[in-house]
Design a binder for this molecule. Sequence first.
Ligand code: IMP
Ligand code: MG
Length: 206
Amino acid sequence: MSPMRARLKNAKLKTSVPPRWRKEVERVLITEAQLARRVKTLAGEVEKDFRGREMVIVSLLSGTVMFLADLIRHLDLPLRLDFMGVSSYGSGTESGELVFTKELRLEVHGRDVLLVDDILDTGKTMSRVLPKIRALKPRRIKTCVLLDKPARRVEKIHADYVGFAIPDLFVVGYGLDFAERYRNLPFVGVLHPHIYQESGKTKPAP
Ligand code: IMP
Ligand code: MG
């Protein structure tokens, strides 16, 4: 299914927030079942494109944890896995100055790299990370993100594999955080506005 169809289908679906999260989460945007289905399909596409290659998955910390775990368990390929740590400077959620908190350790020279991130927003993260990997001379680099917010793009970046294109909303869950929380939600959701006020942090853009 294309990201566009996934998005349309999703817009029609109304699911309620599980009781234990109701105080914090306003609504579910993508359900656990939708995530599971889509990630399996994405894995199928990746598998087809990388078959027979020396594959290295480079995953960005920490937002990719759940997506990555689900994606790779469906990949029936001899792959290697490494992580890069990239963090926005300060605790704000708006992508600003980026710092690298963990560098790659695996050899990617001549290999096929799949760069995995949780969400493609302004594109600033990818536009900093891609040249760093390119400098290591992989055979090729493909990019894979669970979520894409095309409306917010600043850099000329696209992802080769996209789970869901979503509207201009700040989302949490399934690995994605607000102020390092909510990564453990099994679905992707939107927080109540009061959470941002009480946290003392500014509501992340958008
Ligand atoms: P970009 O550099 O603006 O493309 O943003 C990418 C990074 O910003 C992601 O890896 C996330 O860590 C973070 N981010 C962007 N949008 C959201 C969101 O809606 N929820 C949680 N994190 C987000
Ligand atoms: Mg983040």
